[in-house]
Design a protein around this ligand. Structure first.
Ligand code: FEO
Length: 392
């Protein structure tokens, strides 16, 4: 198998992982993923940008059979889906030097036990001339880890961004051929791992504005030959822009919480607010994460199990707290039989979001007329807040 040419001297040498369905034992991958590695050949030197997940090492090593020599392995990110095959590549090309940020060197040493003299630190904005191919290293910490960098290939105006602008999408076409599909996969990826770092990503994107970019080559998913579109999409996700939407993740056991969710949905929709509802017992967590990208309000629905919130509702609360979405308001609705602390547990679990908590509606047994009136008042409070944000 030969590497696929992107430009003269620039090749894709990655691996498609069609059947992977879970990342980090947590993140659903409905469309698989790819691990993209790139070969850049100058007149004098050759560099490999990122490697592949170790499960696909053979694919990359086969691509590298076509190289007479390899001088540099550019480790843009130490997470093992990109760095995990570096030891095998070094075995094949022992003379190659691994280039990384200072933090990258620390992580590569910790995670892969690479000998520290195999790793050379590159400074922010440092350039490397391969002979007619100039690479500029741009430190971009906190894409989601603190050691990440991007690499700009000047002569071809290609920006290699590793996870940023990537998508978990396996495809036989290394280029974007259906932007809507790639964009949704990219939004899912952004929402699942990058959302907590949106302020930092925004700054990195502002820095990229100085560069002429003709191609964005991420290390997951298809390559963008029309980069303006994926840049614009990310620009919207990292902006302060909010939608007029309430996200309701909920669990229900015997229907009481579901009846409250139904009532709140109707009350909000009647007042002109959109609702994204997720029964989290059967929801793909990526769909919930995507809904959180620009929602100002999240209302959790939970029955009481034993003495507290339903574990699935707690899982959603934990996820919302970790992902730090733009949300400004939250609440809890649900039911209990004889007591418990379900609402308090949810509120405590999302304390990191700093969202204002609107009066929870917890109901004893089946909801009755007075309970639905309380739901109506909660809907009214949400409408007021959304109006205050200029969304209505
Ligand atoms: Fe694709 Fe953060 O690794």
């Amino acid at each position: 198998m030969e590497p696929k040419k992107i430009k003269e001297g620039v090749y894709w040498a990655g691996a498609e992982d069609w059947d992977r369905r879970l990342f980090d034992s947590l993140i659903p991958l409905p469309d698989g993923t790819s691990y993209n590695a790139y070969i850049v050949k100058g007149r004098d030197k050759t560099a490999l940008i990122d490697t592949v997940d170790p499960t696909k090492a053979k694919t990359l090593l086969t691509f590298l059979d076509s190289l007479e020599r390899l001088d540099y392995i550019i480790a843009q990110h130490a997470e093992q889906d990109h760095s995990g095959t570096i030891p095998s590549v070094l075995k094949k090309f022992p003379e190659a030097k691994v280039l990384s940020t200072p933090k990258g060197k620390e992580f590569l040493t910790d995670l892969l036990e690479l000998p520290s003299d195999a790793i050379v630190i590159v400074a922010d904005n440092e350039t490397l001339d391969l002979g007619g191919k100039t690479l500029e290293f741009l430190h971009t910490p906190w894409i989601h880890w603190p050691e990440t960098m991007s690499t700009y290939l000047r002569e071809d105006a290609i920006l290699f961004t590793c996870d940023l602008f990537g998508s978990h999408l396996a495809s036989s076409n290394i280029y974007v051929d259906d932007f809507a599909r790639v964009c949704e996969a990219s939004k899912r990826y952004y929402a699942e791992v990058m959302m907590p770092f949106r302020a930092t990503i925004k700054k990195h994107m502002e820095r990229f504005e100085k560069f002429k970019i003709e191609i964005i080559a991420p290390s997951h998913g298809p390559v963008h030959r029309d980069p303006a579109r994926i840049i614009a999409s990310h620009g919207e996700w990292v902006s302060d822009k909010l939608s007029n939407t309430v996200v309701i993740p909920y669990a229900t056991m015997h229907g009481s919480t579901e009846a409250l969710v139904e009532s709140l949905t109707d009350a909000l929709v009647e007042r002109g607010v959109f609702v994204d509802r997720f029964n989290i017992a059967v929801t793909d967590a990526g769909k919930l994460a995507m809904a959180l990208v620009d929602a100002p309000t999240v209302v959790f629905g939970t029955p009481t199990i034993l003495i507290g919130a339903h574990p699935f509702a707690m899982h959603a609360a934990f996820m919302v707290n970790a992902l730090r979405p733009k949300m400004k308001y939250s609440s809890v609705i649900g039911s209990f039989g004889w007591g418990g602390k379900a609402a308090e547990q949810i509120v405590s679990a999302i304390s990191g979001t700093k969202a204002e908590v609107l009066e929870p509606v917890m109901v004893k047994g089946r909801p009755k007329a007075g309970d639905f009136e309380r739901i109506g008042r909660l809907a009214g409070d949400i409408v007021k807040r959304h109006s205050g944000l200029g969304l209505l």
